[in-house]
Design a protein around this ligand. Structure first.
Ligand code: UDX
Ligand code: UDX
Length: 467
């Protein structure tokens, strides 16, 4: 089957744009895919042996297609001009200042990308919103594009939100639950939807490709993330009840998840969800609800984020209380810094909150994560709550190369990320190397508490009581 689209350009070589377009290049060798970014360092990394993001299976695909039908460049205008279809995958961070600060998405990058397309395009384009945006953003993009279009150039706007999760991005892209394509309900809109659908049809079964109107597509992305995050906050709220009653959250989650109407996935209690999307997208939904004069709806979704903050603080206070109400100068080993396993991404990671709290309590923090760089950890931990001075930070924080190094002479181990390797550790060896009593706080419910207790550890697990 041939598609109308021969050349694709993707604006934004991040966690979304990079893997998504690499998979399109892999599955559609007849399409030339060019990924552009303003950040030259990032593009250079995409062109090197050391890709800027870690994602299982990504290297192989990029190395296989790069230079053939997959290109990374900073030549934005040229790539826009050559493309039939343009993905807009630039970031949409939460606004830090101005109207909606702390809640609304900052659409400045989306707007500048749209204006750039309007300015440089010399032929018709399908412009696809990949970035997660507030409902009705496509309308603004369309207005800008139409106001700038020339006589024989037309722009069609589509919304095609990306549902991949980090750590499983390649698998999610190869075998998506669904692909969502929103378009205007006009003959041109349907044609554009069809052109994008034909690309995905190269590897995704047709019945998994859903077409909707633009606004449903935009809102569905926010809604899906809000529903997923809400499940985690729900199970985490229940974990607090478990700790106070003697119920076990894993048992409760299993029992509930066996109900086919509830289902088993996304019911793992934790120290709190992180990642670049959940919090940002919910706050976005909260802001949207407020703008629509729906304060009760806004408050409902806001509670999902509030509960997440509460969960992190609750875990920290349990640790401090257990360690005899002080962690001053105690050595705490933090295992894991990424927001989940199998990624080097630390955005909104619960580990950041935990470590900052430990530093404020004057603990000595030893951190080990298999994929996060020392530089990234210090960057994440510096800030107004602690200090901007990395030298000062280094007096309190040490980054080490293994869980064993982190645990040696430690008073407590805190599991912050569910890396598989933490389950396989030699805990007899670790126990011997620690100060006694040796405490373990499992914020991810991945360790065998009974086995650890038999070694001699004092074990505290989220969602389980210590009577
Ligand atoms: C981001 C958003 O977080 C997500 O909500 C959205 O769905 C897609 O974009 P991600 O790919 O994880 O996801 O962001 P990031 O890794 O920050 O990548 C965005 C890239 O766009 C960066 O490399 C940045 O340099 C680039 N960019 C940004 C541009 O090339 N031009 C701009 O004007 C702005
Ligand atoms: C999420 C959505 O899953 C994805 O569809 C969307 O495109 C982007 O946002 P991501 O943030 O990459 O993906 O990872 P996800 O697997 O959803 O995990 C988010 C956070 O929730 C992580 O911190 C994870 O540890 C936590 N989590 C997840 C739990 O605490 N318990 C669970 O049961 C599942």
């Amino acid at each position: 089957m041939t598609t109308q689209v021969k050349k694709i350009c993707c604006l934004g070589a991040g966690y979304v744009g990079g893997p998504t377009c690499a998979v399109i290049a892999h599955k559609c060798p007849h399409i030339q895919v060019t990924i552009v970014d303003l950040n030259e360092t990032r593009i250079n990394a995409w062109n090197s042996d050391n890709l800027p993001i870690y994602e299982p299976g990504l290297d192989k695909i990029v190395f296989d297609r790069r230079g053939k039908n997959l290109f990374f460049t900073t030549e934005v205008d040229k790539a826009i001009n050559e493309a039939d279809l343009i993905f807009v995958s630039v970031n949409t961070p939460t606004k830090k200042a101005g109207m909606g600060a702390g809640y609304a998405a900052d659409l400045a990058y989306i707007e500048s990308a749209t204006r750039q397309i309007a300015e440089v395009a010399r032929s018709s384009k399908i412009v696809v919103e990949k970035s997660t945006v507030p409902c009705r953003t496509a309308e603004s993009m369309r207005t800008i594009l139409e106001a700038n279009s020339h006589d024989d150039i037309r722009f069609d706007i589509l919304s095609n939100p990306e549902f991949l999760a980090e750590g499983t991005a390649i698998n999610d892209l190869l075998y998506p639950d669904r692909v969502l394509i929103g378009g205007l309900q006009t003959p041109e809109g349907f044609k554009a939807q069809q052109a994008l659908a034909e690309i995905y049809e190269q590897w995704v079964p047709k019945d998994k490709i859903i077409t909707t109107n633009l606004w449903s597509s935009e809102l569905s992305k926010l809604a899906a993330n809000a529903l997923l995050a809400q499940r985690i906050s729900s199970i985490n709220a229940l974990s607090a009840i478990c700790e106070a009653t003697g119920a076990d959250i894993d048992e409760v989650a299993y029992a509930c998840g066996r109900d086919s109407r509830i289902g088993p996935r996304f019911l793992k209690a934790s120290v709190g969800f992180g990642g670049s999307c959940f919090q940002k997208d919910i706050l976005n939904l909260v802001y949207l609800s407020e703008q629509l004069n729906l304060p009760e709806v806004a408050a409902y979704w806001k509670q999902v984020v509030d509960l997440n903050e509460y969960q992190k603080k609750r875990f920290v206070s349990r640790i401090i209380k257990t360690l005899f109400n002080t962690i001053t100068n105690k050595r705490i080993a933090v295992l894991g810094f990424a927001f989940k396993k199998d990624t080097g991404d630390t955005r909104e990671s619960a580990a950041i909150t935990l470590c900052k709290d430990f530093i404020q309590e004057n603990a000595r923090v030893y951190i080990y994560d298999p994929k996060v760089s020392e530089q990234q950890i210090f960057y994440d931990l510096s800030g107004p709550e602690v200090t901007y001075d990395i030298k000062d930070l280094k007096k309190r924080v040490t980054i080490v190369q293994s869980a064993y190094e982190a645990s040696a002479n430690a008073d407590a181990i805190v599991v912050a990320t569910e890396w598989d390797e933490f389950k396989e550790l030699d805990f007899e060896r670790i126990y011997k190397s620690m100060n006694k009593p040796a405490f373990i706080f499992d914020g991810r419910l991945i360790l065998d508490a009974e086995k650890l207790k038999s070694i001699g550890f004092r074990v505290h697990t989220i969602g389980r009581a210590n009577f």
